[in-house]
Ligand binder design. Structure first.
Ligand code: ATP
Length: 233
């Protein structure tokens, strides 16, 4: 569904990605893992078009989307739950959800306000609250709900459970599992390798702006040295 081939991305004159190549399969969960500062978010920024790559190719459903602006990438059907959640603080929960809503993937069973409330019942009594009146967990549910309201074909979560309490984290993992079961393709970034391993079909380890290893959860578990070498665990 999504293919990155030799993607090189810079911030000004500083090169951060040195030829990222990876493939996301339809209906599967793929992860990007690696220590801080290795280029995971920059890979996401390159896909979304917020930091366009200098070279390489990014194909989504066969179309070259490399360098296309973020709103066009979103229209093609990629929904992002960004690092730090980026909830609009002075919009209500309802407004946050409907402000950017669209059915970009032309789904027949599309996400709407009712469906998001059913999926995240915690948000229902908060519909009138402002974005800055929510707990971290509620904000993350809102950020996921907002991305789903775009009816994406691919959902990307950058730091899916960062800073959340264990119970809330578990709730987010359960919801992501349900989204996977519904057939959604998901790209996940998170620091909790054990939780990622339960849900993911394939992992890519990123170090210094390049893919240094790829494999499934069993292969990752079978090579504990990877964790100390590349993940600092
Ligand atoms: P983290 O988990 O800390 O976000 P990451 O793997 O997602 O780590 P990136 O955020 O992609 O890493 O950062 C990769 C490198 O690019 C780092 O060295 C970082 O300092 C640098 N970098 C990130 N954003 C910018 C920016 N806006 N301008 C300049 N350099 C940046």
């Amino acid at each position: 569904m999504l293919e990155l081939h030799n993607v090189e991305t810079f911030y000004g004159s500083i090169q951060v990605l040195f030829g990222i190549t990876l493939t996301l399969d339809q209906g599967k969960v793929t992860t990007l893992i690696g220590r801080n500062g290795m280029g995971k978010t920059t890979t996401v920024n390159s896909i979304m078009g917020t930091v366009p790559p200098k070279s390489g190719e990014i194909r989504f459903n066969g179309e070259n989307i490399s360098g296309k602006p973020a709103h066009v990438v979103a229209q093609r059907g990629i929904g992002l739950v960004p690092e730090g959640r980026q909830i609009f603080p002075n919009l209500s929960v309802r407004e946050n959800l409907i402000a950017t809503a669209a059915n970009f993937s032309k789904s027949s069973d599309s996400w709407d306000l009712d469906k998001v409330m059913e999926f995240f019942p915690t948000l229902k009594p908060r519909l009138g609250n402002m974005g800055n009146q929510l707990s971290g967990g509620e904000q993350q549910m809102l950020a996921i709900g907002r991305a789903l309201m775009l009816n994406p074909g691919l959902l990307i979560l950058d730091e899916a459970t960062e800073g959340l309490a264990p119970l809330i984290r578990q709730e987010i993992w359960n919801r992501l599992q349900r989204l996977k079961q519904s057939g959604l393709t998901i790209l996940l970034i998170d620091k909790n390798i054990d939780d990622l391993s339960k849900i993911a079909d394939k992992h890519y380890i990123i170090a210094k702006g390049t893919v240094v290893w790829e494999g499934d959860s069993n292969a990752l578990a079978a090579q504990p040295e990877l964790k100390s070498k590349y993940l600092g665990i």
